[in-house]
Structures are given as C-alpha cells and as structure tokens.
Design a binder for this molecule. Sequence first.
Ligand code: LLP
Length: 417
Amino acid sequence: MNDFVFKDGELYCEQVPIGKIASEIGTPFYVYSLGTLKRHFKVFDESSKIMNSIVCYSVKANSNIAILNFFFRSGWGADIVSGGELFRVLKAGVDTSKVVFTGVGKTEKEIEFAINSSILMFNVESMPELYLIDGIAGRLGKKAKIAFRINPDVDPGTHPYISTGLKKNKFGINIKYAVQSYEDAGNLKNINIAGLDCHIGSQLTEISPFNDAVTIIKDLLYKLINKGFDIKYLDLGGGLGITYENEAPPHPSTYMNSIKSILNGYKGKVIFEPGRVIVGNSGAFITKIVYNKSTGHKNFVIVDGGMNDLIRPALYEAYHEIVQVVKKRGSKIKADVVGPVCESADFFGRDRIFNLPEAGDLMAIFSAGAYGFSMSSNYNSRPRVPEILVDKDRFFTIRQRETYEDLVEKEHIPPLN
Ligand code: LLP
C-alpha cells in the first residue's frame, strides 16, 4: 500500500490533495506521510524483535524533531553523528540510554556533551579518539562506554560515495588491529568496553554484503568474548536499501532472519541503525514548473525547487521518480527536469516523459523522505523549504519556510574603513 495515490487524476498524500497543501503554503516543499512512517516503523520494529535488539534510528536521514519524536515515543533510540544531532534528539525526547554516537571526527566539545547526556555508547573510529574520550571522561569524573567501529573490508555494492566498509574508506578501525585496540582500551581507567560496531554502507539492495560483514564481525565477536571482553551490544549499523526505480531490496524480515541465523547464540543485544528504509519512501518533494524551455537541442522543464533543496541527483546521479500532480492528456514531451540553481548538476531527472507540462503545474519527486531536507542548503541564497506532515485528512507544518531575513540573520558587516 502506498500513501501517495492518485484519486480522480490528482495526487494525494493520504487523504489530503497535494494541490491543497501547495495552495496554502506555496511551493516548493517536502511532504511526509505519517501513515507510511508508522507502517515502516512497525515492519522494521516487529522484524527486529526476533532478536534481543534495540533500534537506533539514524537521525541524519531525516532529522525533523516531529519525526524523531514519533520514533522516540514509539520506543526507538537514535544513532547520531554530531553535537547538533544530539541536541535535536534531546529536544525530541529521546531516552539517552538508547543513543549511540558514531563518526570519525567527534570533537572534545561533542564528546563532553555526549558523556554529560549519559548516552549508551560511543562508536569509536580511531585510537586518538579513544584516548581523547578517556581523558574527557576522567576530567568529568565519569566512565565512558565504548564500542569500536570495525571496518570489515566488505564491498556493499552501492554508490562509491555511500560505501563505508572498504579498507580504502576513512571509517572504522582496520579489522587487523581490532583485538589490539580492545586490549589497549581495556587498560584505560575511564573507558568501559560495551560493544562492537560495524556499518558498511547505505542503499544496499542485496543481502550478501550484509551476510559477509556479519560473518566477519561474528568471528571477531567470539574472539573478543573468549578473551574475556564483555560485549553487551553488537551494533550492525544501517544500510538497508529502498526502491527508487526498480530495485528490489530485501524485506526487513529477510534481513533480520539472515542476521539471526548467522549470529545464533549471541547473548547480548543487537543494535540496528536504519535510516532510509524507514523514512525514504514516506516523503515527496513538491515543486512547480516555472518555465518550459526548448533549446532546439533539448527540452527543459524548469521548476522552482533546486539542487540545494534535494541534492541526491546532483551528488550521486540518483534516480527519483517524477510525476505531474494532476494527470494530463495531450502531447507527450521528453525533457530534463531542472532547477534554477547556477550549476549544470542542478537536475532532478533526465529525459523524462510528461504529458503537456506547463508553467504552474505541480510536480512530485518521490522517495525524497531520506537525505532530502536533511542535506539541503541555502546555496544561491535560496531559503530552505517547509516540511509538512500529513496525518489522514490533516496536515501540519513541521518546519516553516525560511525567509530572506533568515538568510542574513547571522551575518554582520564589520566597521571597516
Ligand atoms: N549508521 C551509520 C553509521 C551511518 O553512517 C548511516 C548512514 C546509517 C546508519 C544509516 O544508513 P541508512 O539506513 O540510511 O542507509 N546521503 C546519502 C546516504 C549517506 C548515508 C550515510 N550514513 C544518500 O542520499 O544516499
């Protein structure tokens, strides 16, 4: 079932016509379906329960506090990568005993903030980071719980920019040095070893790279347990892909069953950090045609949203389905859908077919709920767009459109002569 559906030729999100939202708040905007979020939450949550597990939603995928609050109220924790994300999850009411902090460049300030917030654990990505955490915990008179993020050198078979578990990547500790790293950590006064962590990449559409990584990590897990380390948490990261075009990623229950059968017998808690699989297909980006332009060589549908609002096509040449919000009849044209930003990478789709696209038509760009708004920027001094949450026949603005004043609010002209 999909919550973005056509009724009488017009696109709805749940029971709300997209055109109605557009006429009230203008364009462009992001719209999310609470119904889809709830369904994805339930499927993943129920599948994960075949193991003793905690789900820590990966905040970077979509970090609006209204959406975070839904996950936290429903019992999930958070996977964070910055002090800003920690601030957001606290605002959204997270249980900090379910927060894991990953990332290669955690600063002293961020580490102190996280220790003071009593998070579940740091997923440590280098030895200098470990020593810094030990020092800060000592100064605060506390103990910091850690896991090492281990790089298993497995190819996730995804876009190179979102592969993280290969030895050429900056992420994690080389598995060759894993045991030594745990032994060194065991000698530090202010560190409690709590877990083992691994995340190999995002938008995985096959099960085998997950299986390969978990098999490698399991070997290490038992090596560590046999050496007497108390590995209470095994964090397997996120990465499960979604359908943008015609990919057929494994269902969460297939993924969980496969992991369970590899891990069989592990007594600790398994942590999952899903992002995209939960929010990706719950959201669409809505934009309006400003002009049709034909250069004599190509047709362009120029819309009022740009790469600053949704950067995935520009950055990864990612495919997103694009439809006209009101179905039309009439002559078909093939066109690139592009934005107003001064970059040739500012496109949403190439060589797409539309029926009589005209200025003023609304377009919906699907699968934009993950890494859409969260990667948006103000490039070309474009105010960031609003985010709308639909619940059945109601809709709520969960982030307002930025104003021109917002663009310059933090800037100052110094008194130069
Ligand atoms: N855990 C860690 C440590 C991560 O780095 C990530 C994503 C996740 C969990 C969540 O992964 P997911 O379940 O969403 O695949 N901007 C890119 C994706 C970057 C992913 C970064 N890390 C995109 O738009 O495709």
